[in-house]
Design a protein around this ligand. Structure first.
Ligand code: SF4
Ligand code: SF4
Ligand code: SF4
Ligand code: FES
Length: 942
């Protein structure tokens, strides 16, 4: 693919009416409301332009796009003039040519004439337009007042701003406002003195800029330019692929110069991101070639030994031999595997198949266990499908948006920008979160209601919202009568109307003012379209599944399901959480969430796989750990998950891993879990993968390799060879073949194939004969389960309580620049913004403990203690502290507990009773951390 995308200059009109016009004597039909400039470009007529681009509203400042319109005086700007029926436009006349040349001459007279050595040479609209208008001479000279000495702001690690090249077209300012919604840029000064300014004359790095790259993308000159392009030069080809960070699933063009990646540019046709990006996908890809990447397989007999570098063949034979010995000694069920939500569907599918067909048990689980497993359980139980109900674009039809336990601007930034666009158009916002997340108040956005509940009280709050709606006769009775199970409706109403669910009683438990609960409930119920978006602040609780069902109850009761603008929508953390669950990674389900206990389902897979599948569900991750500690579980194949850092109650995880005889880690880096491993199989980065990811809206996106596997082997081949070494004949020739098998065995994927995805771009499952082009909105005419089921959601408080010893509640989350355990982002310049985990504490709690900004503090729970630096902020309420878990040396999970969701065992990361105190030295766990890091990463022959 060529690297430059077509630019139609102004956004498409959505008006269904069509009008006939004439451009340079040629008839054309375009949508009413289209600008003349776009109409011309749609019909192959290239009117020059500089300040217009089709991702932004027209601005009309550069005067390059002037045209003549029959019957009108003067020369209107074609970007800001809409077409009218019968309009006759002339785009090329002598007068126009002269005018355009004059304008261009003025621009060029204040522009460095270094085109040949400029980093944008060949990709500069100013250069193109100068050529297009036929500018040959600049009459004004360069001696007068000019901007040629404006300096370069190189403070941002990924892009630079060279003021001498700026033509003040304002595209960057508008991109920051309209596309990103950060409002970090302004045009400062007037007339000749006007110039682009980040915040108020600050360096980009010190400004409010969040490095999304939208301004760089929009800039028509070399003013805003990626440093990678400055260093390496312009790309020569590009390949469309999918970001491997979060569940938004943004499409990118990986722009290559030969075999070197020089830029990731958000793809305009990407159906999840429409050409937008965040700092991670856009810039933080350098980890893929980081020196820490392991390129050869490693083995060792004991974790006390140094690693030995071996061939792939030796590593795989050795692993198979160890697993066989363990099974011979401890039984068939003594080993298992973990699939990764960071890997492709194809890679995940073969791991669960390895476990079922070659290990001969169902001991497979996935990292979704610790994030969104309650989503699967809750939405399947109530609505019938383990997935969100809407496409992202649906938010543009929402009148009220409820964000619960999610922080989209930090964790799902591109979707957050879209949501903010809708909020700026007038949709109302309700935020339910213990912290004052960025959305509560940000430029041109103010939440109508913020419900700052105590961690652990989601369920009573959702019940109280429902109580107000049912008691106030605000439910949509017609919808419920037609679409839902009425027995469950009656039982749920009785439960919800109990006094304990009244706002006043819930206020006592949750700390949220009863009046605010009432007002928020009325706003949600009375909206035309109300949509719920939620994250791990909902699921990672002892009642995570209950809360998911509580939200589904609320949406059903108010008829907010089955059309655009409504729904219950999980914001998935990792790039392929949805896919890894869909692929049969849970110990009780085969691909497509079909029970392994169902003989008919098993038979279908058995016939295809040529093995007998164990009818008994296997171990979940926590069961594996418990069995390991009890001496019954001895071997684990871990695909791309850092259990030792990301799972709760670190000491227990470490004890379990230490109890095993063969821990196999397949990953890019020697991570925390690798410290306990006996075999390390180097994995591939997303740039080397061929396959698919599924984002939070069930969208199946292609992941295309832009370079061959750096360590010499596709990850699915590693798994396949291990299966073969264990005696199971797995024999795929390509990733596409794996998808073909998935499609054949999974009813919701029946029509999916790589060829189909290459043709249509992407598709949302179910995609089968009943929905050949996929299913953007679920449950349109009926719920997948038939009648929607109301489930009673009694509040059962977590056993994790504050005490005199542990008087504060710790909750955890993420920041924009880092990602999860940080394995990738910590190996990029994203550390510039957030290099270490900090503990947020309210000023009153800090004062009480004598803690000042930046002090080292100890964070102690009944499980353990760590130290980290404190930051004092009223984003958290008194009694609540907050931290991130991006750095292994912080050990945030040393303090989290063993409590988990009653239905799915999803850990209760979001509620831990703790004490915070000033500290003078690091904790003993952290002292050990470094020692162990040194000892366990040694390679004997390195
Ligand atoms: S990088 Fe994004 S946030 Fe920063 S100034 Fe540009 S558009 Fe605004
Ligand atoms: S930095 Fe680029 S986009 Fe912004 S005003 Fe200057 S030339 Fe236009
Ligand atoms: S929003 Fe998510 S998917 Fe999109 S670029 Fe950022 S990290 Fe990648
Ligand atoms: S493109 Fe129309 S005025 Fe700039």
């Amino acid at each position: 693919m060529n690297t430059r995308e077509r630019d139609l200059a102004t956004p498409a009109s959505t008006d269904p009416e069509r009008v006939e016009i004439e451009i340079d004597g040629i008839p054309a039909t375009v949508r009413a409301g289209t600008s003349i400039l776009r109409a011309a470009r749609e019909n192959g007529v290239g009117i020059p332009k500089l300040c217009a681009t089709d991702s932004l509203q027209p601005f009309g400042s550069c005067r390059m796009c002037l045209v003549e319109v029959e019957g009108r005086d003067g020369f209107p700007a074609s970007c800001t003039t809409p077409v009218e029926a019968g309009m006759k436009v002339r785009t090329q006349t002598e007068s126009l040519a002269k005018l355009r040349r004059n304008v261009m001459e003025l621009y060029i007279s204040d522009h460095p004439l270094d085109c040949l050595t400029c980093s944008a040479n060949g990709d500069c609209e100013l250069q193109d337009m100068a050529g297009s208008v036929g500018l040959r001479d600049v009459r004004y000279g360069f001696d007068g007042e000019n901007h040629l000495d404006e300096g370069v702001d190189a403070s941002n690690p990924y892009f630079q701003f060279d003021g001498s090249k700026c033509i003040v077209c304002s595209r960057c300012v508008r991109a920051c406002d309209e596309t990103q919604g950060t409002f970090a840029l302004t045009i400062e000064g007037r007339g000749f003195a006007s110039k682009v300014s980040a915040s108020i004359g600050e360096a980009f790095l010190d400004s409010e800029c969040v490095s999304c790259g939208a301004c760089v993308q929009a800039c028509p000159t070399a003013t805003l330019m990626e440093k990678s392009i400055v260093e390496h030069g312009q790309p020569d080809h590009s390949i469309v692929t999918t970001c491997a960070y979060c569940g938004v699933g943004c499409s990118f063009k990986a722009e290559m110069k030969g075999d070197q990646l020089v830029r990731m540019t958000p793809h305009k046709d990407g159906q999840a991101n429409h050409g937008h990006s965040c700092v991670k996908g856009r810039f933080a890809w350098g980890y893929a070639s980081h020196r820490d990447r392991v390129m050869q397989p490693l083995i060792r007999d004991s974790v006390d030994d140094p690693w030995r570098t071996v061939s792939w063949e030796t590593a795989i034979t050795h692993t198979a031999e160890r697993f066989r010995q363990i099974q011979a000694r401890y039984g068939r069920k003594s080993i298992g595997g973990i699939t990764s939500s960071r890997c492709t569907n194809e890679e995940v599918y073969v791991v669960q198949k390895l476990v079922r067909a070659a290990f001969g048990n169902n001991n497979v689980d996935t990292c979704a266990r610790v994030c969104h497993s309650p989503t699967g359980y809750g939405l399947k139980t109530t609505l019938g499908t383990s997935a969100g109900t809407q496409p992202f674009d649906s938010v543009m039809d929402a009148d009220v948006i409820v964000v619960i336990g999610a922080n989209p601007t930090e964790a799902h930034p591109v979707f957050a920008s879209q949501m903010k666009r809708r909020l700026r158009q007038g949709a109302k916002l309700i935020v339910v979160d213990p912290r004052q997340i960025g959305l509560v108040r940000s430029p041109r956005i103010e939440a109508e209601y913020h419900l700052p509940l105590q961690p652990g009280t989601n369920v009573p709050v959702i019940n109280a919202l429902a109580h107000v709606i049912v008691a106030g006769n605000l439910a949509d009775d017609d919808f419920v009568r037609e679409r839902c199970d009425l027995d469950s409706w009656d039982a749920w109403k009785t439960m919800i109307l109990r006094e304990e669910n009244s706002p006043e009683r819930v206020a006592e438990v949750s700390g949220v003012d009863a009046g605010t609960i009432r007002a928020a409930a009325r706003l949600y119920a009375s909206a035309g379209n109300a949509a719920i978006y939620y994250g791990l602040g909902v699921t990672e609780h002892s009642q995570g599944s209950t809360m998911v069902m509580g939200m589904a109850n609320l949406a059903m009761a108010t008829g907010n399901l089955g059309r655009s603008g409504v729904g219950v929508n999980p914001l998935r953390g990792q790039n392929n959480v949805q896919g890894s669950c869909d692929m049969g990674s849970f110990p009780h389900e085969l691909a497509g969430y079909r029970p392994v206990a169902d003989a008919a389902v098993r038979t279908q897979f058995e016939q295809h796989w040529g093995v007998t599948i164990d009818p008994e569900p296997g171990f979940r991750i926590p069961n594996m750990f418990d069995a390991a500690c009890a001496g019954n579980f001895k071997g684990m194949y871990i695909q791309g998950e850092d259990l030792a850092q990301s799972d709760p109650n670190t000491q227990h995880v470490e004890e379990a891993l230490s109890s095993m005889e063969c821990v196999v880690v397949q990953d890019l880096f020697l991570n925390e879990t690798a410290k306990f491993a006996h075999v390390f199989l180097p994995g591939t980065s997303f740039l080397e993968k061929d396959g698919t990811f599924i984002n939070a809206e069930r969208r199946i996106n292609r992941v295309r390799p832009v370079m061959p596997p750096a360590q010499g082997k596709d990850e699915w081949r590693i798994t396949q060879e291990l299966a073969q070494a264990l005696g199971y004949e797995m024999d795929y020739a390509s990733a596409a073949e794996i998808m073909d098998e998935i499609a054949e065995l999974t009813p919701t994927f029946n029509r999916v194939s790589f060829a189909f995805l290459d043709e249509v771009g992407s598709v949302q499952w179910p995609c089968n004969d009943s929905a050949p082009m996929g299913t953007p909105i679920m449950h349109v005419d009926a719920f997948v389960r038939g009648k929607g089921l109301f489930v009673e959601t009694d509040f059962v408080p977590t056993e994790e309580r504050t005490t005199r010893k542990f008087p504060l509640l710790l909750t955890t989350g993420r920041v924009l620049s880092q990602y999860n355990v940080g394995a990738q982002t910590r190996r990029t310049a994203n550390n510039t913004w957030y290099g270490e985990d900090l503990l947020e504490i309210h000023p009153s709690d800090a004062e009480l403990r004598g803690i000042n900004e930046g002090d080292l503090v100890s964070l102690t729970s009944r499980k353990g203690d760590i130290t980290l630096k404190a930051t004092i902020t009223d984003k958290v309420q008194p009694g609540v502290v907050y931290t991130t878990f991006h750095n292994p040396e912080t050990g945030a999970n040393v303090v989290t507990t063993e409590y988990s969701d009653w239905a799915t065992n999803c850990p209760e990361y979001k509620v831990t009773a703790v004490q915070v105190a000033p500290a003078s030295r690091r904790s003993s766990w952290q002292d050990n951390f470094e020692k162990r890091a040194r000892e366990t990463t040694k390679v004997a022959d390195a």
